[in-house]
Design a protein around this ligand. Structure first.
Ligand code: SAH
Length: 235
């Protein structure tokens, strides 16, 4: 699967993707990541990518032409794909969205904004989707794009060594994952739940279910509405 990030900081993307599971998936050829420099599609001496907002207001807005020309260049070179604008005002990126993107598309174009955001005409006329990674405002769309790439890539077949680890994870079944422990059994007098050492698989499973429920109740009570047959809020 290909991920193309349109950005004014291409190095930020390329330096970040070389590690861990994503880095390995790239070496194996399962995932390819490209960063396209929006500045290459400016035509003035200062390579300007932003301008003052119509109607006034604070800050600067990313100009439509360099972004769209960058997108058109990438699409003409690599082929069509799902176009996503990273935006604090976007639809919330959730595990369900990651799953959908992992199965729907072979190529994603992720547009990273800066300043006060991107001229809305990009979103309205040239993008399929506007995605937010959470209810906070960052200074740029590069980290959000990397979040989407990481979350989607690890769902692709053969990216994770152990497929079983996917099914058990937080947000796969509307519950958070149960707490996990590894050696040593005793760390400064702090033990691990005895049942995990018992070898009794039914008891272990029961413990894990209860612990997952307890953790979800404590950290994310809002998720329990979904588990109990309530609205499955995928937006
Ligand atoms: N003025 C905008 C925020 C601009 S932040 C607003 O109020 O909505 C600058 C850029 O950072 C955005 O264009 C977007 O690409 C990125 N960004 C910031 N927060 C984000 C978030 N939560 N999710 C996705 N992208 C985000």
């Amino acid at each position: 699967m290909e991920f193309h990030v349109l950005t004014i900081f291409p190095q930020l993307i390329m330096q970040a993707v070389d590690y861990s599971i994503l880095g390995r998936a790239m070496k194996q050829g399962i995932v390819r990541v490209f960063a396209h420099d929006i500045r290459d599609f400016t035509h003035d001496r200062h390579r300007t990518t932003d301008d003052e907002p119509f109607g006034g207001g604070a800050g600067m807005v990313m100009k439509v032409e360099p972004v769209v020309q960058c997108l058109e260049y990438a699409v003409s070179k690599y082929g069509p794909g799902r176009v996503i604008v990273m935006s604090a005002a976007g639809r919330l990126f959730k595990q369900a969205v990651a799953r959908e993107l992992a199965s729907c598309c072979d190529r994603l174009y992720l547009i990273a904004g800066h300043y006060e955001g991107i001229d809305e005409r990009v979103t309205e006329h040239f993008a399929d989707l506007e995605l937010s990674i959470g209810d906070y405002v960052l200074s740029g769309g590069e980290y959000p794009a990397l979040v989407v790439i990481d979350a989607v890539a690890r769902l692709l077949p053969d990216v994770l060594g152990n497929r079983g680890s996917l099914a058990q994870e937080s947000h796969e079944h509307g519950l958070l994952e149960y707490p996990q422990y590894t050696r040593p059994r005793d760390f400064r007098g702090i033990g691990v739940p005895q049942v995990l050492l018992s070898g009794n698989h039914a008891a272990i499973r029961k413990f894990q279910m209860e612990a997952a429920l307890q953790k979800t109740r404590r950290n994310r009570p809002d998720l329990l509405g979904e588990v109990n047959g309530g609205q499955n809020d995928e937006d």
